[in-house]
Design a protein around this ligand. Structure first.
Ligand SMILES: Cc1cc2nc3c(=O)[nH]c(=O)nc-3n(C[C@H](O)[C@H](O)[C@H](O)COP(=O)(O)OP(=O)(O)OC[C@H]3O[C@@H](n4cnc5c(N)ncnc54)[C@H](O)[C@@H]3O)c2cc1C
Length: 433
């Protein structure tokens, strides 16, 4: 069996390993060191472009759970990260050059591995059984025309401007009401009202909160999409004429009109997650939690993901891919990594692992592996292939897992219940791989 992988980052290298160890002849096309993206600098493969932390290993966190699942799935990237770790408390942090060199060496050791240094411009599958595209959030522009030709203009995004997402169960419904503006259509929105004092307090904290600094190459991409903190700085009432407009929204339980109202919109069919409408933001994560939790209905909010605004090339995967990361219109083509709308080093890695595993199985005449929605791996497969409204990239989180059968009030116990259920589920799945 012959496969081509385009892009030697997290997803691409994990995909190569999963195929090589199964005896597939793999050609990897990586543009470094001929050409570097604005964030890549090393000649070696699988470069850690920013923070050297792969997040927590603690099993009461979703990142810890994802790592436990990846260990069961024999992830090479995770194993090498563990071998090149530097002390970082509960987090798995790596020595970045050592990590990248080790990944490169493992792949180079396989006699069935062939690395080509070139900027790929084509998505052609001639001469290969299948091709996996894993060129990442900074995919070189030379490949973009091929994406457009395959998918059309409307299915490709070049930056993320995502509002935070919270779990439905953490919304304080004593301080919220369900209604649509002027009672038009279905009452699809959860409305989070504020009185004047609450609004002023929120406003003052928002305009003084700390923001993330954009990289030089990101400065021009966000025209036409204003972060909420920038809008707030335009004037005390600007948000009340925009995303916090109270007009047409009345809490049937109360007499007075709200001074400002944040609307929350469903993020998934099940209604277990909601996004903060119009709250795309560049605030630091800790600041988002602090400031947005000042809105009374969000006082206990659990954030499934925080808002971001950064350069990020990704495709509208639910329209284009199935849950095996396979292109619906061309079964010989697979996509993996951040390009598919998973977000983060480990999430990109596991997507490369799944894409390679499923491609290998499908082209060996085997049935694809069914990952449960009770695992982070399965939930990410579901995320990239379930069409519901606007598609936003997603990292690992307990909020994307299938809900537990019983409601466990204690947060830590609830998280551990998610974890033990997921590990059991993944153990059963790997028996069949
Ligand atoms: C600036 C920045 C900072 C980030 N910081 C973090 C962070 O701190 N923590 C976190 O978890 N995630 C972070 N991410 C998100 C994400 O986890 C990483 O980008 C991750 O590396 C994605 O893995 P990937 O395999 O999809 O892509 P990459 O690891 O970027 O790999 C893609 C590879 O494809 C190559 N390539 C691109 N185009 C072509 C082409 N046409 N032909 C041949 N080769 C090509 C590139 O050179 C690269 O080696 C960050 C992303 C960016 C852009």
């Amino acid at each position: 069996m012959k496969a081509k992988v385009i892009g030697g980052g997290f997803a691409g290298c994990e995909a190569c390993y999963q195929l090589l160890k199964r005896g597939v002849d793999v050609t990897l096309v990586e543009m470094k060191p001929q050409k570097f993206s604005p964030a890549h600098h090393l000649d070696t493969l699988c470069e850690v472009v920013c923070s050297n932390s792969f997040k927590s290993e603690d099993l009461s966190t979703s990142s810890g759970l994802l790592k436990a699942e990846m260990r069961l799935l024999d992830s090479m990237i995770l194993r090498i990260a563990e071998q090149s770790r530097v002390p970082a408390g509960n987090a798995l942090a790596v020595n970045r050059s050592n990590f990248s060199e080790q990944v490169t060496a493992v792949l180079n050791d396989y006699p069935n591995f062939n690395r080509i240094t070139a900027v790929e411009t084509s998505l052609g599958t001639e001469n290969y059984d299948f091709v996996i595209v894993a060129t990442g959030p900074l995919t070189d522009e030379a490949l973009i025309p091929a994406f457009r030709k395959l998918f059309g203009q409307n299915f490709l995004y070049f930056f993320d401007a995502v509002a935070p997402i919270v779990t439905a169960e953490s919304i304080d419904f004593d301080s919220a009401f369900v209604a649509s503006r002027y009672d038009k259509g279905d009452a699809d929105y959860v409305n989070c009202p504020m009185d004047k004092n609450e609004y002023l307090d929120f406003y003052n904290n928002l305009v003084n909160a700390e923001t993330v600094e954009l990289k030089d190459f990101e400065n021009n991409v966000f025209e036409g999409c204003m972060p909420i903190e920038v809008m707030a700085k335009r004037g005390l009432d600007t948000m009340r004429f925009g995303p916090l407009k109270p007009i047409g929204l009345k809490d049937a339980r109360k007499n007075e009109k709200p001074y400002a109202v944040l609307q929350l919109r469903k993020e998934n069919v099940e209604g277990t997650r909601y996004n903060l409408v119009g709250f795309q933001t560049n605030l630091k994560y800790g600041e988002q939690k602090r400031v947005f939790s000042m809105i009374p209905a969000l006082r206990n909010a659990e954030f499934v993901r925080y808002g971001v605004m950064h350069r990020n090339t990704y495709i509208n995967a639910p329209k284009l891919l199935n849950c095996c990361f396979q292109v619906k219109s061309n079964p010989k083509l697979f996509f993996a990594g951040q390009l598919t709308g998973v977000e983060g080093y480990m999430e990109s890695t596991v997507s490369g692992l799944v894409a390679a595993l499923q491609a290998f199985r499908l082209f060996s005449g085997l049935s694809p592996v069914q990952f449960g929605g009770d695992t982070v791996t399965g939930a990410l497969c579901k995320h990239i292939s379930t069409d519901f409204g606007e598609y936003v990239p997603m990292n690992s989180s307990f909020g994307i897992l299938d809900p537990l059968c019983e409601h466990i009030k204690d947060k830590t116990k609830r998280k551990l219940a998610y974890t033990s259920r997921a590990i059991e589920s993944m153990k059963k799945t790997v028996i069949n791989i």
